[in-house]
Ligand binder design. Sequence first.
Ligand SMILES: Cc1cc2nc3c(=O)[nH]c(=O)nc-3n(C[C@H](O)[C@H](O)[C@H](O)COP(=O)(O)O)c2cc1C
Length: 443
Amino acid sequence: MSYSEKIHLVADISLIHTLAKWRYPGAWNGYGMYGDPSLYLDLARLLEHGRFDGAFFADVAGTPLFNGSPNDTVEWGVAWPRHDPLPTAIAMAGVTKHLGFVTTMSMTYHHPFNVSRLYSSIDHVTGGRIAYNAVVSGFPQEAQNFGYDTTPDHEWRYSRAEEFLEVVDKLFKSVDADAMLWDHETGRVADPSKIRRIDHEGEFFKVMGPLPCAPCPQGRPVQIQAGASASGIKLAGRWADFQFAATGSLKGDIALRQKLDDAAIAAGRQPRDLGVLWAKGFDVVSGPEEAEHNRQKMIAAVPEQMGIVFLSQWWGLDGYRLDPARTVHDTIAEVKELGVGPNWSYIDNAVANTEPTTTIGEYVKNWVAPPGGWVGTPEQIADMIEEEHHALGANGGFMIASKTSVPGGLSRFVHEVVPILQKRGLYKTEYEGKTMRENLCVY
Ligand SMILES: Cc1cc2nc3c(=O)[nH]c(=O)nc-3n(C[C@H](O)[C@H](O)[C@H](O)COP(=O)(O)O)c2cc1C
């Protein structure tokens, strides 16, 4: 890892086909619908033109229930359908040379051997352009697809995750970078002194190894983590190259950055070994009128039931029926009393940022089209990016999502904001490295 204060950008393109985003005016114009990769291929070209480090695909492998049924979820396309993102990422790699890809896979429901082998193989076919977003999975309906009645205990999932990443680490280290011979004369394929068993035996996994893969271009895929609880931060401190983070306020972000710095130091690393990509929504506009117009279009595109079902899933409420007329505070008090298995860090954040009189219906409207964030002219957005980047220690960058239609919103960012950042010397004009790690892990 080398040092630079330049801004890194990754684009979140995970949910552009759900939560009504597909029906925003201008979205998906001229492309086949989800499943047809043509829009994603053009997004890959666009992001590479904008010198982005990567495209991010979140993933949850479950269909959320609402009031015990998938009906509302499928009817309103709430984070549904969700294909495995890896094939799309690989297709995008085929039309680009430098852009990286961040895909997500659960550490709770998969096995570290499978994940290591898969990501090593993808690193090969993408020429070293894959990152692994390792999540512990808080959504109950994902648990129910993998043999559990509901999401397993939070600390149990993090204990498993610690050992999971330890096994991944051992597997990637089980094959040295110079292990391959492919010697035509002798017929020897690899040097056995450079490949070894791992013989891991822990509480959760028993893995002999070695990884049955030739050493991959990045040595190991870029490691990303997104959990924000104390256990998530500890995990990031030890294993992550990058943390995905979002607290909703600059003050919160600064406090989280401090905790991540402490966690890196506690794990024997330096704060600069752990970059952060702060998740931000943006809307490039000509002025406040266009911004408000866009916001109203977004609110109008999301039927109330669609928003409610999505919020219920986001909070991990396991089929609990959110009532739009009740206040957020009363609802959460009841959820706590019932002991439903929710995502507490999101819920606590919502309670902290909500007036006692705000109803779930009101909250959802703001939530699907939150007013703040990077909304402004290209110059204003560049100013916000520059200011926040420095306030947060210039140690990574941002994971940005278009608040409006894709590809239009992203295209405006690439063509109108990126050149300003480049002119100010804050952002690269060319990719310097060959692999994603060489481009991204410089902070
Ligand atoms: C930017 C960002 C992206 C995330 N992407 C995913 C994802 O793709 N899949 C997933 O299951 N969780 C995802 N998460 C959730 C986190 O992995 C984590 O489960 C959540 O923040 C709760 O963490 P905690 O239990 O440590 O508080 C994401 C979180 C953030 C902030």
